[in-house]
Design a protein around this ligand. Structure first.
Ligand SMILES: Nc1nc2c(c(=O)[nH]1)N[C@H]1C(S)=C(S)[C@@H](COP(=O)(O)O)O[C@H]1N2
Ligand SMILES: [Mo]
Length: 310
């Protein structure tokens, strides 16, 4: 590849401002941390994470290159195009970071990201990610099952759904100054979906702390659902009795349903979902039911009319 090909541009050449901000912030955090007598666990992308190794729930498909995973993003808090998050997400301060866990549970609590990361051993989980727009990637996440947190907080009998909320701070997330979506971004799962062993809380990818543009420091990953369910930069997890209305349902309920299970048989009103383009490949491939995770998750939806509950 010639040295001026897009794939050879270093992030530092593309995003001097983001990198500058990131560094400046890291220094601030490091100074504060040193003063407080402890070291930041997750202040900056590039920090290696210790894992128990590759989970058997991983796909054997080759992971998408890091550069694509970190430079082709949907993160509307930093702009609506695929390239803005890599350029602008440096303004997000990911440390310190707290997540409030509340609602219909016996043990509501505010967790620091460090405490969350100690709830269960971190695993490498290589998952397919299928965006509702028709592209896909294979992402080697680092994370732990959401059910480890759910067990810890002891849901009451009234907990039927789990609602997740992204940080709301237009200072750090300039895309929130524009009314393209209703902010903050909200997503939700049925409790049994949230408890499913495939459902991951990711804190890293490719063995290191999550880059900001991928949803640092904590994001959900539900690999059998369209990518928009995998909410980024979570600050609140709430257990509720009634089905929440999610951000994309609010934006367009006929286009984006609550379940958002990847389904080649149910077209988006404006395009077919039968095929997808794997980033880095030229020819389209067939989309798989539940994104290829049917064996593990189809039983969650037994008896449901998937055309109605899309
Ligand atoms: N808070 C928030 N989470 C979000 C989004 C977003 O705009 N804001 N975009 C979603 C969409 S549409 C996709 S496809 C995935 C993309 O994740 P990635 O950039 O890590 O590949 O994030 C999802 N999570
Ligand atoms: Mo998406």
């Amino acid at each position: 590849m010639p040295t001026n090909a897009p794939g050879n541009i270093q992030p530092s050449e593309i995003t001097p401002r983001a990198v500058y901000l990131q560094r400046r912030r890291f220094l601030q955090v490091a100074a504060l941390s040193a003063a407080a007598g402890w070291l930041p666990l997750s202040a900056e992308a590039g920090v290696k994470l210790t894992t128990t190794g590759k989970s058997p729930l991983s796909t054997s498909e080759p992971p998408t290159p890091l550069k694509e995973i970190t430079h082709y993003n949907n993160f509307y808090e930093f702009g609506v195009d695929k390239f803005s998050p890599a350029q602008r997400a440096g303004s997000l301060i990911t440390h310190p970071w707290n997540v409030a866990v509340e609602g219909e549970i016996r043990r509501p609590n505010v967790y620091s990201i460090e405490t969350l990361m100690k709830l269960a051993p971190l695993e490498d989980r290589i998952y397919r990610l299928r965006c509702v727009e028709g592209w896909s990637m294979v992402i080697p996440w680092v994370g732990f099952p959401l059910n480890a947190l759910i067990r810890q907080v002891e849901p009451t009998g009234n907990a039927k759904f789990v609602e997740f909320t992204t940080l709301y701070d237009p200072e750090q997330m300039p895309g929130q100054r524009s009314p393209v979506l209703s902010w903050p971004y909200v997503e939700a799962l049925r409790l049994d979906e949230a408890m499913h062993p495939l459902t991951l809380l990711a804190v890293g990818l490719y063995g290191e702390v999550l880059p900001n543009q991928n949803g640092a420091p904590l994001r959900l990953v539900t690999p059998w659902k369209y990518g928009f369910k995998s909410i980024k930069s979570i600050v609140n997890i709430r257990f509720v009795e009634h089905r929440p209305t999610t951000t994309w349902m609010k934006a367009s309920s006929r286009e984006y349903g609550f379940y958002a299970n990847v389904n080649l048989h149910i077209d988006h009103p404006r395009w077919s979902q039968a095929k997808e383009r794997r980033i880095g490949e030229f020819f389209k491939r067939d989309t798989l039911l539940f994104n290829g995770y049917a064996e593990q998750v189809a039983s969650l939806y037994r008896g449901m009319d998937l055309k109605k509950h899309f």
